[in-house]
Design a protein around this ligand. Structure first.
Ligand SMILES: [Zn+2]
Length: 456
């Protein structure tokens, strides 16, 4: 995508004083228009059609159970890859789990990934994930019908549709489309993939975990197809005691990299997805509940949960039945496909933006105590990965503000001083901007906000 438009931008850039924006915006509007509610519906119906996708369900049948479901997902990624000249690497990552409360006997927990390699920085990755598995009331019931239409065929279908739309373009960074397993049994698939990522030297900068993106009528009686929730941790799970001590004196309780991904996704909704607003929620996940971004956070990989705003518990984790006139079960009738399209589009513009951005600023530091000015510094990447880097944009906001409100383009430098902006009164960060106008998330200084380094 970036390379295709390179010449155009090269000339346009000369006439612009600030960093470029226009081209990146136009392409992302096109991406949103390319997302299909019909294709998402077809994928959800296909997944529901496997009867159950319970992690402990049978794996030999080609028509029923999680084995059939994951083979179909791998095949579908393969078919998408054929249409882009083999641009996706499809791989399965699994491990045997046993002796767990919800996986008592040895069970292969297998996730399916498709990797679209970046042109400039192939080990830098952003991930969109959904879940393959489903469940009913009894978490160990692996044979009853368990459609899991919203939880979580919707997120899985979104990831497949994202692969279809984004694989028509090329990006400097890598995009991973992931179907994770074992979610309902204790977040095992995410943990296995996160460990594989660390062992393989993948530099995952963001996981957008989609878990239930299709229900618009909630147990609270509200029907709403215009908002989505993004959950993110406030401080990093992997923060050391010493880092926490430093943060106590310098701030950063609401500026983990995951939180700044949430802010990024919020901006993408405002700019590119009509009739969709993001409700940023300042907590890891729903009260006392779990999702597949958590195992990534637990090994230091930034990630958020994207989902519907109004959940309906009668259509979640329920054995199909009618009781006192109430129909229980996660059936296809509970999914609004156009809403799933919108949330998928939100993922797509966020993934495109982050994959097309230059390397996210690393080693960001800040100083300015007892001075009239605040100075930010960072290191710059070198070599091929830096080819699309145009410069940096410094951000600041009042400490009570949820979103970055002020910015200043500072060019291709590795330090900048904001004159007469007193460090005590604001929170600060820096983003990288590409030659065609794509921007990284804002990186808050220190280990508190770090997205990691540039690799070798
Ligand atoms: Zn669930």
């Amino acid at each position: 995508m970036t390379l295709r438009h390179f010449c155009l931008i090269g000339t346009a850039f000369i006439y612009m004083s600030a960093l470029p924006r226009a081209v990146a915006e136009e392409i992302r509007h096109d991406l949103v228009a390319d997302v299909s509610a019909g294709r998402i519906e077809a994928d959800i119906r296909k997944l529901v059609g496997f009867g159950t996708r319970h992690t402990l369900s049978e794996t030999q049948s080609d028509t029923r159970g999680i084995g059939a479901a994951r083979r179909w997902i791998a095949d579908e990624f393969g078919r998408i890859s054929e249409r882009c000249g083999g641009c996706l690497e499809v791989l399965v990552i699994g491990d045997t789990i046993s002796g767990e409360r919800r996986i008592p006997d040895p069970t292969e927990v297998v996730s399916v990934l498709a990797i679209q390699r970046g042109t400039l920085d192939p080990d830098r990755m952003v991930v969109m994930s959904g879940d393959i598995d489903s469940r009913v009331s009894d978490p160990l019931d692996s044979t009853s019908d368990s459609p899991g239409a919203n939880d979580n065929a919707s997120g899985m279908a979104g990831a497949i549709e994202a692969a279809r739309v984004l694989s028509k373009h090329q990006f400097p960074g890598t995009i991973v489309y992931a179907g994770l397993s074992g979610e309902e049994q204790g977040l095992f698939g995410g943990a296995i993939v996160a460990r594989h990522a660390l062992e393989s030297g993948w530099r995952i900068k963001a996981v957008l975990n989609n878990d239930m993106i299709g229900n618009i009528t909630g147990i609270d009686g509200v029907t709403d197809n215009t908002t989505a929730r993004v959950f993110s941790e406030g401080t990093r799970y992997v923060e050391t005691e010493e880092e926490a001590r430093t943060r106590r004196f310098s701030g950063g309780e609401v500026d983990s990299p995951s939180r700044n991904i949430a802010r990024y996704v919020d901006r993408m909704a405002d700019e590119f997805v009509p009739n969709l607003n993001v409700m940023m929620i300042y907590r890891l996940d729903r009260f006392g509940r779990g999702g597949h971004h958590r195992p990534f956070n637990e090994v230091g990989i930034p990630g958020v949960r994207i989902m519907e705003t109004h959940e309906h518990y009668q259509r979640q984790h329920q054995t199909l039945r009618t009781e006192d006139g109430i129909e229980y079960g996660d059936v296809i009738e509970g999914v609004n496909f156009d809403y799933a399209r919108k949330l998928t589009a939100l993922n797509i513009v966020s993934l495109a933006g982050m994959a097309a951005a230059p390397p996210f600023p690393a080693d960001v530091e800040i100083s300015g105590a007892v001075q009239p000015s605040t100075t930010l510094s960072w290191t710059m990447p070198s070599g091929v990965m830096a080819e699309n880097l145009a410069g940096y944009r410094v951000y600041w906001r009042l400490t009570t503000e949820p979103q970055w409100t002020n910015s200043h383009d500072v060019g291709l430098v590795d330090t900048y001083t904001l004159e007469n902006i007193v460090i005590d009164n604001y929170l600060f960060g820096v983003a990288s901007v590409s030659r065609d106008g794509y921007e990284s998330p804002v990186v808050f200084p220190g280990p508190t906000g770090s997205f990691g380094g540039y690799g070798e």
